[in-house]
Design a protein around this ligand. Sequence first.
Ligand SMILES: [Zn+2]
Length: 423
Amino acid sequence: MAYEVLARKWRPKQFEDVVGQDHVTRTLRNAIESSRIAHAYLFVGPRGIGKTTLARIFAKALNCAKGPTSTPCDACDLCREVAAGNSFDVLEIDGASNNGVDQVRDLRDAVQFAPVRGKYKIFIIDEVHMLSTAAFNALLKTLEEPPPHVKFIFATTEGDKILPTIISRCQRFDLRRISTAMIVERLRHICTVEKITIDNDALLAVARGAEGSMRDALSALDQLVSFKGDTLTEEDVLAVFGLVSRKSLEALAGHLLKGEMGEMLKLVEAFDSAGKNLRRLTVELLAHFRNLLIYESIGPEAAAVALDATPEQLRALQAQAALADPPRLLRVAEQLVAAEEGLRHTLSVRTRLEIALLRCARAATVVTVEEIVRRLNALRQAEPASAAPAAVAAPRTARSVMDDPIVKRAMELFDGKVVEVEE
Ligand SMILES: [Zn+2]
């Protein structure tokens, strides 16, 4: 039997197999079970997360010989034809290549004919935002009064580009990017069945590289297997994607937080000479600081639920949370956002990144005015009641501000060092 690529072989066949879109599959199943099926559906979401797959499952569910049913049998001719893409009653149209008025006119004609074998004639229009305005208008006429045997399922990566008059005639569903943790779990299952040996860090690296797209994750896995065989390590995956290992990324963040600029620059040099994608590194570093900020702001238990992070990542966040408080993390994050923006328009990526990281390290370690005021206030409150008025009354004409007892205590607090203050 010919080799079937994993993305195709593991394409979900039932609603319950669709990963990470429970809010959509639940509503669609309910609609079928309660016979409240709309004329037109619109699936909006990034590429590779299952819009077309969901459209096909929905089409099967409607036209299955035992249907409409929320669990199509996958055995009858109607189900099999939809799965194979050669059903007379389920027509898949690519909006990108069929965007003329003529095609839509053809479609309007096709709408008039009753289904051949199924209960419905179903039009799946992918990348529907690519249709021209004239084509949209022609389509709108059909949408206004579709014959009862016709259903439309539209899919698009760009919901904003669709005319409001079309959207208002559809039930709209926004599909989500699939979380890294969910992709890891799905990949783990697939690898077990496919007898691919792969460890946790390597699975995480595949999921990171796929950025929320299950299709990309499975294509990457295919590529890795044909390149390395069925035993895969994190190094193999990182090499294919140009990604930095999770541990290296966390080490870089640690040096940054401690202001260890030399160590930081050494790491960047190593990444650069290993051919790592430095733009991608910046994006991932930013994501790490965002996670750290959330971790510190809402606490470990809530963060474990809210963050798209594996247990290993959570442990690293816990260790680094002690190194900086939220205002500093926020400043680091702001620097990284600016850096990421700048890196898109530069050829000297490494230099830009190094400068950005030095700025970040400064932002992470320099004392803020806010912090000094807070510490001084804490000191004032800690002063014995008798001393406080004295401090306030201390003559402003004193020989030096350094004689103010509070300032003296502050100096002790900062260990006698001159502190740099961020404006
Ligand atoms: Zn069936």
